[in-house]
Design a protein around this ligand. Structure first.
Ligand SMILES: O=c1ccn([C@@H]2O[C@H](COP(=O)(O)O)[C@@H](O)[C@H]2O)c(=O)[nH]1
Length: 241
């Protein structure tokens, strides 16, 4: 089973904070760094290059969701950036997912590099059953919705999904063992839940079969990010004293 090193969400405001975190986490088992909307909207591909130049793999998490043509063209640009993982919303439907995958491959081909693995967002980990029913007016359960989106993503040829570790077992029942389940909503026992609804500890995520955990604030917003990262990484990989 593939188990990635923990993915650290670089949800910070500027390049100075990026440089500090890259420096703090550059010793030992290196994380994959996730660049999201905040940094990418501010700095564009330059921030991707900064992280890559420091020797880290990049997960570019822009969660594309638009008409198929727009998504395909945007994914062609992303495909040439040399990132290892990137995201699209499963809710955009099969045609959009397929177009995204096609664009990503085309961009990578033009740049002469391997295409990034494309992951579909199932239901954001900030959503729970109540929000799904009362605000999105979706009548099936959150678990069923996540399973359906996983099936759709597999049909579109994607590498995997983003979900809560709580759903990994259910997802594997419908798409098999090799479909990637990358899981944010990770909270050590001592950390606050913030806006996340479906949270799991790093140890539980490992036990539930997550292929990779995504952790932001419990690492980036604490006094000692290095200590927090290595503790979480040890829990996820079981290398504990
Ligand atoms: O369903 C999702 C999809 C993506 N995310 C992203 O993961 C991190 C989590 O940050 P924390 O500070 O650990 O809560 C963040 O960048 C989200 O955009 C997610 O949380 N849930």
């Amino acid at each position: 089973m593939i188990r990635l090193t923990p993915i650290v969400a670089l949800d910070v405001a500027d390049l100075t904070q990026v440089a500090t975190l890259l420096d703090q986490l550059s010793v030992g088992p290196r994380p994959i760094f996730k660049i999201g909307m905040e940094l990418f909207y501010h700095y564009g591909p330059d921030v991707v290059k900064q992280v890559q130049r420091a020797g880290f793999d990049v997960f570019l998490d822009l969660k594309l969701h638009d008409i198929p043509n727009t998504v395909e063209r945007a994914m062609t640009v992303i495909g040439a950036l040399g990132v290892k993982l990137t995201t699209i919303h499963a809710a955009g439907g099969l045609e959009m997912l397929t177009a995204g995958k096609r664009g990503l491959k085309a961009g990578a081909r033009q740049a002469g590099i391997e295409p990034a693995k494309l992951l579909a967002i199932t239901q954001l980990t900030s959503i729970d059953d109540r929000i799904l029913h009362e605000q999105q007016h979706i009548s099936i359960s959150l678990n069923e919705s996540v399973q359906e989106y996983a099936k759709l993503s597999q049909t579109a040829g994607l590498a995997g999904v983003v979900c809560s570790a709580k759903e990994v077992t259910l997802i594997r029942q419908v798409v098999g063992p090799s479909f990637l389940c990358i899981t944010p909503g990770i909270r050590p026992f001592t950390a606050q839940q913030d806006d996340q609804k479906r949270v799991v500890t790093p140890t539980k995520a490992r036990q539930l079969g997550s292929n990779g955990i995504v952790v932001g604030r419990p690492i980036t917003q604490v006094n000692d990010p290095k200590k927090a990262y290595y503790q979480i990484a040890a829990e996820f990989t079981e290398e504990q004293k």
